[in-house]
Each structure stands twice: as C-alpha cells, then as structure tokens.
Design a binder for this molecule. Structure first.
Ligand code: ADP
Ligand code: MG
Length: 323
C-alpha cells in the first residue's frame, strides 16, 4: 500500500504545482467560493490551501487519504460522464506519501473540526480540533523522503512559474471563486469571485489587457462557447496566453488551439499569438478526461464540430474590429 502510494505519487505529484493543482481541484469540487493558497520557497518547503467548501466528515478523514477512496464516482459508468474535477481518488494518498501533510476540516459552522496528520504516508495524529467550515490542507517538506525526486526540482523561480501558471488559469476558469495566491508573504494574485471574467483577466494580465478584449460566443446543440480574445493590437510572441477551459477544467487541447489560431492567423502574422480565455461547455459524455492521471489531456467525441464552432466564433469576434 505504502509502495503503491509512492508509485502513484510519481505520476500524480510531479512537482509543487501538481500538489496545488490537486488540492485546489478538491476545493472546487467541494463547492468552495473562497480558496486561499499560501506557499513558501516555490512550494518546496510549504504549501497551504484553505477553502470554505463542504468539508470532510470526521469519520471519513482517514478514508479520504486511502488509495482509490473517492466520494465523487460510485460506478464505472460514472467514468463516462464525469462532472467533478477529481475522480481517481489518488491525489491525497499520493501527496501524503511524499510529504508531511496536515488536514483540518469541518463540515459545519459549529467550530467542531477534525485534524489529521500524515507523515510520509503514516498517520501520526487524528484528533478533534477547532475550525470554521471548510478544509485547510498544509503540505510541508515535499519529497523529503524521496531524495531522487527532490533532486529533480528546479530553482524556486521555476517551480513558482509552474504554480502561477496553473493558479492564474484556474482563477480564469472560475471567476465565481475568490482566489488568493501568496508567495513568501507577498500577494501574487487576488480575484474577487464576482463571476466577472474580465476582472480575473485584469488581475492576471493587467487592466489594459482586460480593456482590449473582444467577446467570443457561439453554440451548437452539443457545445457552448464563451470567452474573450485580445484585439489584434495586443499580440504576443508565444502561446502562453491561451487558456482553454472545458466544463470548468483547465486543459491543453491541440485541436482547440489550432482552431483558434486558424481564425486568428487569417488576420495576423503566424508568429504572433492572442491572449485568449475560452470556456467550452458540453455534456460530460462528449468528453473523455480519463486519458492521463494529470487529467490535463482530454478527448472530444465530436472534435470536428467543435473545431468548426471555435473557428467561426473567433472569426466572429475578430470581425468586430476594423483593420
Ligand atoms: P478525488 O478528488 O479523485 O476524489 P482525492 O484523493 O483528491 O480524490 O480526494 C479524496 C476525497 O477526499 C475526495 O473524494 C473528497 O471526498 C475528499 N476531499 C479531499 N479534499 C477535500 C476538500 N478540500 N473538501 C472536501 N472534501 C475533500
Ligand atoms: Mg482530487
């Protein structure tokens, strides 16, 4: 069991950013409207994610950290219509296997909470505590007991870059959630959770960028598109400003990026790229997210229909400007 968790950790927990991704996705699945992320030294020494979501029942605390313990799907047919971000039940045991993890969680506002401490996969405390509703996860000394993995960690700035990249995108994906990211005491991101995606774009890219965005919209009977693309005067030299969100999940999709660029490059030089935040909604059965443990890669069952829709919608948005 311990070994299986360490092996799974190798797939799920590649670096501090992957820990944050898993903890934040759990917070979103728990229905949180506020998520605070605090890290130190690029997440290598300290990661804390607190939320105001549903919390974990005291009696379920230890179970949540067991392999394949997921409260989110109950049958294999659920795998074909996944609505939550998590479903593999692998993240918590994997993180706990390679760190010192403290979880304090409460399911209501009575103040009664449960505190669980796991060090290198071994439970060292499971006791009543006091906390507001929600879950508070602290991960210390990541990879302290897997020196080979620790050796692969890059400079703090590199790890921080991976973290901000993920947190910015998850904030863009969920404008209704107030997200705060702090590193070594300074605030790197604060969104308001008002549901206004332009506010999040302003927090991530600056107010001037937010002012230079065009609305992208479109739908078919299968897909629903909404989002923003930057005006042609605001181009970038790389694709890092392209964020695609599918059913609330930030993903990487070559097909969708190609469709966006197909439309964009009818107007602009092929070495220039837009800032774009595109949210695609669809019935979960049209989407396969169970392609890779990181759940970053997905497959669409009607990819051509989606590509055409994206291309048309982006052309429509860019058609609003004069050249
Ligand atoms: P998965 O997300 O795939 O279900 P995880 O290992 O990430 O698996 O989490 C295991 C279980 O712990 C979840 O199914 C959920 O019931 C519970 N859990 C984890 N994090 C939270 C949280 N922040 N709030 C409420 N419940 C949580
Ligand atoms: Mg999870």
């Amino acid at each position: 069991e311990q070994l299986a968790n360490q092996i799974a950790a190798g797939e799920v927990v590649e670096r501090p950013a992957s820990v944050i991704k898993e903890l934040v996705e759990n917070a979103i699945d728990a229905g949180s409207s506020i998520i605070d992320i605090t890290i130190e030294e690029g997440g290598l020494s300290f990661i804390r994610v607190t939320d105001n979501g549903a919390g974990i029942e005291p009696a379920d605390m230890e179970t949540a950290f067991q392999r394949h313990a997921t409260s989110k799907i109950s049958s294999s047919s659920d795998l074909f219509k996944i609505a939550s971000l998590g479903f593999r039940g692998e993240a918590l045991p994997s993180i706990a296997a390679v760190s010192r993890l403290e979880c304090v969680s409460s399911i209501d506002s009575t103040g009664l909470a449960q505190r669980l401490l796991i060090e290198g996969g071994t439970v060292t405390a499971n006791e009543p505590a006091n906390a507001p509703q929600g879950t508070d996860m602290s991960v210390r000394d990541l990879f302290y007991n897997t020196p080979a993995r620790l050796k692969y960690m890059k400079a703090i700035q590199t790890e921080l870059g991976h973290i901000t990249d993920y947190v910015y995108r998850i904030a863009l994906a969920h404008p209704g959630i107030a997200v705060t990211l702090k590193h070594n005491g300074s605030v790197l991101l604060r969104t308001l959770g008002t549901g206004d995606r332009l506010q999040v774009i302003a927090a991530v890219y600056g107010t001037n960028t937010a002012k230079a965005m065009l609305k992208v919209e479109g739908e078919t009977s299968d897909y629903d598109l909404r989002g923003y693309i930057s005006k042609p005067e605001l181009t970038r030299a790389n694709r890092n400003g392209m964020t695609v969100i599918v059913n609330g999940r930030y993903i990487r999709s070559h097909a969708v990026n190609q469709a966006i660029l197909q439309a964009y490059h009818t107007l602009l030089p092929i070495n220039r790229f837009p800032i774009v935040v595109l949210e695609i909604g669809m019935h979960p059965s049209l989407l396969d997210v169970n392609v890779h443990p990181s759940k970053m890669e997905v497959r669409f069952s009607k990819e051509n229909e989606l590509r055409t829709l994206v291309e048309q919608a982006v052309k429509g948005a860019l058609g609003q400007v004069r050249h």
